[in-house]
Design a protein around this ligand. Structure first.
Ligand SMILES: Cc1cc2nc3c(=O)[nH]c(=O)nc-3n(C[C@H](O)[C@H](O)[C@H](O)COP(=O)(O)O)c2cc1C
Length: 181
């Protein structure tokens, strides 16, 4: 899947709206994510109103790009739906992270660019976002994604680091094991 290797965070966008068919495919990718006990606890809030986007940009010191993005997607967890018998754990954080990454990959596939903005567990950020957008208390905004047509091309980054791949036991290099060293 080549988009895994070409995706980068895109933080500046052309002033051009994202077409509805692209938005739908992007959301479909989010819904396809794996989730603990297959609970699929995601809910997505699309925001394209300029005043709302400006407000989101002001909610985090690292969300300035949202102000000029044509669209933001708040990836939220329904913490009620995520509940299952054998665990009190907040598995929904991982579920929503998987959905967020799927969405970012589909954004790349569509020729668009996006950036993941961490929201939960910064409770101040969660609180002000929830208040402005009328989220019920069991719905938690886990991540925000700003997206649009990229203003500039982006370059892939190769981050493979063989020294961080262990084999069988911690500290045994897979690379060395393979080469028989
Ligand atoms: C949990 C999480 C939170 C992030 N929060 C922000 C953020 O608030 N603002 C931002 O500009 N980028 C944010 N990023 C994007 C990272 O800065 C970016 O993924 C990282 O620098 C690697 O660059 P790349 O995405 O271009 O590969 C976040 C990424 C993750 C996974």
């Amino acid at each position: 899947m080549s988009v895994i290797f070409t995706r980068r965070s895109v933080r500046s966008y052309l002033p051009k709206p994202v077409e509805d068919d692209k938005i739908e495919r992007i959301l479909r990718a989010g819904f396809q994510a794996p989730s603990a006990h297959n609970k699929q606890p995601w809910e997505f809030l699309l925001v394209s109103d300029r005043e709302d986007l400006k407000a989101i940009a002001g909610m985090s010191p690292w969300a300035g790009m949202v102000e000029k993005a044509p669209l933001a997607i708040a990836c939220c967890a329904d913490t009620e739906r995520s509940k299952f018998d054998d665990s009190e754990g907040a598995w929904w954080v991982q579920d929503l992270s998987a959905a967020t990454e799927n969405i970012l990959l589909q954004i790349e596939e569509e020729g668009l660019g996006g950036v993941w903005l961490g929201w939960y567990p910064d409770m101040e950020r969660v609180k002000i976002f929830s208040a402005r957008f009328a989220l019920p208390s069991h719905i938690v905004p886990v991540s925000m994604i700003a997206l649009g047509y990229p203003a500039h091309p982006h370059r892939p980054a190769d981050r493979y680091d063989a020294s961080r791949v262990h084999y069988g036991r911690w500290g045994v290099s897979w690379e060395e094991s393979r080469s028989g060293a």
